[in-house]
Ligand binder design. Structure first.
Ligand code: GDP
Ligand code: MN
Length: 376
């Protein structure tokens, strides 16, 4: 789960990191009032769950309340990479002497956390990683030992930070690691982390992503969720207890079991198709759940065919087949459906599906090939 910059900044501040605290505005007039209260030059920043706001024109300097009003007027309603701006942050204009990048991400293959830093801050770190990978320094964070002080200092030395600024930098690295671990984050990032003209460190931007699997114990996180930033279908799915992730392809997938759902997506890709979603209906797969799954999948206009992949284990094939038959009586599905059914009571299940006009195949490969052909 992602949160906005203004929320992430507060998390950083709670752990002692100096931030450029501002005020949130939802209208140009509120922006002008905020600029008035702050005084002097301010920066008006789009609050959306995506980076690259600067490049897209979503970050503007304003030297007066009137300029702040005009900047907010231009930024509010702007579409940045598919995210519509509903809020802006008005913050005191910072005096930037040097911009750095500092981020911590979950490094799944290494089963560790990875701290990355660069003296090429401000710009797209992905771009730096491609064009000048040696400009990014890395140190891995042992989840049990945590960050050791020498590691934070080493990062600073590797970046060529002046001796009298190393301790300040190392402190922010350790505070950011604290935010990361305490928030069950998969990402905490400051870009840019700046040195001001007076030589002080300050976080000028902040990004925090929570691990969805830890949200049950991150009780404060739920209050930071912005429904405008969530996929409507994913919100619906969460309410129904269905695990659903929208993807970019055109093959809708309805599967029982998360592992099987992953394997199904691989099978679709191996057959030359692209899955439109990940969907795990869960254990029971009642008619109601299957109907909800159909509704979620068919709500995506890109879906050209649906693959239902059921393996009867503890869940019996005939129960699921009944669910599918009943669901098809409740929701109109206008695209071709391919079913693969095997395992416990598969034969009984197939007979039920036949009544609904569906022919089930036995193997996943066959089903994937058929659904890709049906979508072509
Ligand atoms: P992003 O493009 O979405 O990552 O948004 P940022 O918050 O990182 O802002 C982009 C850039 O705008 C930064 O790298 C800075 O160069 C610039 N910027 C942001 N805040 C200020 C500020 O207060 N003063 C000045 N001069 N520049 C700023
Ligand atoms: Mn940034």
């Amino acid at each position: 789960m992602n949160i906005h910059e203004y929320q992430a900044s507060e998390l950083l501040a709670a752990h002692g990191i100096p931030i450029n605290r501002g005020r949130v505005a939802t209208t140009p007039d509120e922006a002008a009032d905020a600029a008035e209260a702050i005084g002097g030059t301010v920066v008006v920043k789009a609050q959306v769950h995506t980076g690259g706001r600067g490049k897209a024109g979503g970050v503007k300097l304003a030297r007066s309340p009137d300029e702040a009003r005009a900047a907010a007027d231009a930024i509010l309603g702007m579409d940045i990479k598919g995210h519509v701006v509903n809020k802006v942050l008005i913050a005191p204009g910072a005096d930037i002497a040097k911009e750095f990048y500092l981020g911590i991400v979950l490094d799944r293959p290494a089963r560790r956390h990875l701290i990355m830093a660069s003296a090429e801050g401000g710009m797209d770190i992905e771009e730096v990683a491609v064009t000048a990978p040696d400009k990014i320094v890395r140190v891995s964070l042992d989840p049990l030992l945590g960050l050791r002080d020498y590691q934070a200092r080493q990062l600073g030395f590797d970046l060529g930070i002046a001796a009298d600024k190393i301790n300040g930098f190392a402190k922010i690295v350790s505070q950011l690691a604290e935010v990361y671990l305490a928030s069950d984050a998969t990402l905490t990032e400051i870009n840019p982390l700046i040195l001001t003209g007076e030589g002080a460190w300050m976080a000028l931007d902040a990004k925090v992503s929570f691990d969805d699997n830890a949200l049950f114990r991150q009780t404060a996180a739920e209050g930071m969720r912005d429904m405008n930033e969530e996929q409507a279908t994913e919100v619906e799915a969460r309410k129904s207890g269905i695990s659903f992730v929208k993807l970019d392809g055109d093959i809708g997938c309805i599967v029982n079991g998360a592992g099987l759902a992953m394997a199904t997506m691989d099978a679709v890709k191996l057959s030359g198709g692209e899955p439109a979603n990940f969907l795990d209906v869960g254990g029971g797969a009642s008619a109601e759940q299957v109907a909800k799954a159909f509704a979620l999948v068919t709500a995506d206009p890109a879906v050209k065919a649906i693959l239902i992949n059921i393996f009867g284990g503890i869940t019996r094939g005939d129960v699921v087949a009944n669910g599918i038959r009943e669901a098809l009586g409740k929701v109109a599905v206008s695209v071709p459906i391919v079913v693969r059914l095997s395992g416990t009571n598969a034969e009984e299940g197939k007979a039920i599906l036949a009544e609904a006009g569906l022919v089930a195949v036995d193997t996943m490969d066959e089903a994937a090939a058929q659904v890709v052909a049906a979508a072509a």
